[in-house]
Design a protein around this ligand. Structure first.
Ligand code: SF4
Length: 284
């Protein structure tokens, strides 16, 4: 069985930077270091960080003193204000792509635009973005979230969650644009996401089966699964680690492709490659 790895897969630079900064912080100081939500959507990495002394909290109210790590998804303005009031040290790992969206939203909100965010309303990145326009954004994940015909905006600024498929941005932003007199539209999907999605599609068309590695709760991994399943509906396997695979999964396949979400570390990808190589040895 031929094993091929997608051209672009695994840790993106934003996540890599966030994880490295978190490990650095725990090495320098073992106490009172908190991340607001898990640094990345990957249980295995979170487990390692927790062993080095990083505590995950859900709200800033849970932190009395010490250091707060803001993850790559970013947060709303109020979190910076609260951290300042509590005199917390801030380690900010907001990804530059997310920071760009926050700045656009802040800027256009102040210029009197209605802000529309194409994205998942429950995703921390979207919640954080909304925090830069007083939580007044119109959040559109699907066509059913679009405002009714009556709604009409004079000035509308449209941005999109970094991990949304570009096709969804194009469709929904087009429909939103019809409901406004003046529109400023920004494609804020990040290149790391696009590259991973395109490479996964390319590879899925080439091979018999696809293994997608990444957290079950990771939004960008879910999108890769969606893309691969669209091409290989019966032979796409979404796993978090090699332990979820079994030899029967690959029975009869001549080739298998591997891709991984932006929050999947290299060592987990290597484990899967090793597992598949061993399967080859066993079958020869
Ligand atoms: S997926 Fe893109 S936006 Fe998200 S952390 Fe990585 S580089 Fe940044």
């Amino acid at each position: 069985m031929l094993i091929k790895v997608a051209r672009n897969s695994g840790f993106c630079f934003g996540v890599e930077k966030a994880v490295n900064k978190a490990f650095d912080a725990t090495q320098k100081n073992q106490e009172n270091i908190y991340s607001l939500g898990p640094i990345i959507h990957n249980k295995q990495v979170i487990g390692k960080l927790s062993e080095t002394g990083l505590d995950v909290v859900n709200t800033i109210e849970e932190i009395q003193r010490g250091t707060i790590i803001i993850r790559s998804h970013g947060v709303g303005k109020n979190i910076y204000e609260q951290a300042k009031t509590k005199a917390l040290e801030i380690i900010d790992t907001t990804c530059p792509f997310v920071r760009r969206i926050q700045n656009i939203v802040k800027d256009y909100y102040h210029k009197g635009y209605k802000i529309a965010v194409i994205g998942d309303p429950k995703h921390p990145e979207v919640i954080g973005i909304n925090g830069w326009c007083d939580n007044q954004a119109l959040i559109v994940q699907n066509e059913s979230d679009l405002p009714k015909d009556m709604d009409h905006f004079q000035k509308l600024c449209i941005v999109v969650q970094t991990t949304m498929p570009i096709s969804r941005f194009e469709t929904l932003s087009e429909q939103l644009s019809q409901r406004a007199e003046h529109v400023e539209k920004f494609d804020t999907t990040c290149f790391a996401t696009k590259e991973r999605q395109e490479s996964a599609k390319e590879l899925a068309l080439e091979v018999d089966a696809m293994v997608v590695i990444g957290g079950y709760n990771s939004s960008n991994t879910q999108k890769l699964v969606e893309i691969c399943k669209g091409i290989r509906p019966n032979s796409t396997f979404h796993i978090e680690t090699a332990a979820a695979l079994s030899p029967e999964d690959f029975h009869g396949f001549k080739s298998v492709g591997i891709t991984a979400g932006a929050s999947t570390p290299e060592w987990i990808i290597q484990d899967v490659i090793k597992y598949l190589n061993n399967l080859n040895k066993f079958n020869n």
